[in-house]
Design a protein around this ligand. Structure first.
Ligand SMILES: [Zn+2]
Ligand SMILES: [Zn+2]
Length: 116
């Protein structure tokens, strides 16, 4: 009796985690990376930027190189070095992503890119 229920619970947790870790359907790369960094912090890698790419545009293999060329060698550097706020954000409030079309790595209207 226990096992099927356990398995069901585990599947459910995995499914919730998968959805939570996925970019929202119209969420942009910069807002997604920001949201993930707030939850998990930077690991010194481009794991969230790469995760965004894998979820949205798995064929955009050059993404990491483009971000690195712009000074983004890890997820937090993507935010610090490759984009800036189009209009300064209010303190301690993260604006909601303005949304982008599904097949773009360009950030939404909240951001200006520096070089990508
Ligand atoms: Zn970092
Ligand atoms: Zn956005």
């Amino acid at each position: 009796m226990d096992t099927p229920l356990d398995e069901h619970a585990e599947l459910l947790v995995r499914e919730i985690a998968r959805r939570w870790l996925q970019p929202a359907p119209d969420e942009c790369l910069a807002c997604y990376v920001w949201r993930m960094l707030e939850e998990f912090g930077c690991a010194g890698t481009l794991r969230f930027a790469a995760g965004f790419r894998d979820a949205r545009m798995p064929r955009a293999r050059a993404l990491e190189r483009r971000l690195q060329d712009a000074g983004g060698f890890c997820d937090c550097e993507v935010l610090y070095n490759t984009v800036r706020e189009a209009v300064p954000f209010p303190d301690d409030a993260r604006p909601v992503c303005r949304g982008v079309t599904p097949r773009t790595i360009q950030p939404c209207a909240l951001w200006r890119t520096r070089r990508w």
